[in-house]
Design a protein around this ligand. Structure first.
Ligand SMILES: Cc1cc2nc3c(=O)[nH]c(=O)nc-3n(C[C@H](O)[C@H](O)[C@H](O)COP(=O)(O)O)c2cc1C
Length: 174
């Protein structure tokens, strides 16, 4: 069957279906002449191991996109199951404190000086390798200059809810 030329699905249908995909949750941070910004993202992916590249998709309306562009550096902290409050603050919906405010949470300096979430599941510090615009978003591909491993189980987001991993055993298997 030839599906070429069909109109795209409506955005709400796309969002409803894509929302069923389980993803990790990360906070992208940047710092430099353009200032310090953080944003909660699920659109993070490994791209290549040699050279080590990852990508992150940021809405171009977000001030974080312009800041990453201008600073030329970004870090991705993969949140642990106990880091839900970071995800809420950096998506602009904190239960306590101010939206997008770094002072309410614990950070450590990465090798590049970028802020990393304290005790993140993993964290990557990147220099911008390439970027391209696709629809509403800018895809930043970062060359990974430092990679950090933590021990926290990852936070998961699916169907508009934060979740944690359940290990499948005979007892927990659906
Ligand atoms: C779990 C989760 C995942 C998100 N993933 C992304 C993402 O991958 N890219 C992005 O640009 N915004 C993402 N967002 C949205 C931003 O964190 C933020 O909420 C949004 O940019 C705020 O804009 P608004 O005030 O216009 O809604 C995500 C939010 C949540 C809660």
């Amino acid at each position: 069957m030839n599906a070429m030329g069909k109109p795209p699905v409506a955005a709400e249908h796309f969002i409803a279906a894509m929302g069923l995909a389980a993803t990790g949750v990360s906070v992208v941070t940047t710092d430099g002449p353009q200032g310090r910004f953080g944003l909660t993202v699920s659109a993070v992916s490994s791209v290549s191991a040699d050279p080590p590249l990852i990508l992150v998709c940021i809405n171009r309306r977000s001030p974080a996109a312009a800041a990453v562009d201008a600073n030329g550096l970004f870090a991705v902290s993969i949140l642990g199951a106990g880091h839900r409050a970071y995800a809420e603050t950096f998506s602009g919906r904190p239960r306590e404190g101010r939206p997008f405010d770094f002072s309410h949470h614990a950070w450590r300096d990465g090798d590049t000086g970028l802020p990393l979430v304290e005790d993140a599941t993993a964290a990557f510090e990147c220099e911008i390798h390439q970027h391209l615009d696709a629809g509403t978003h800018r895809i930043f591909i970062g060359r990974v200059v430092a990679a950090h491993r933590g021990s926290a189980e990852p936070l998961v987001y699916c169907n508009r809810a934060f979740r944690r991993i359940v290990h499948l055993t005979k007892e927990t298997e659906p």
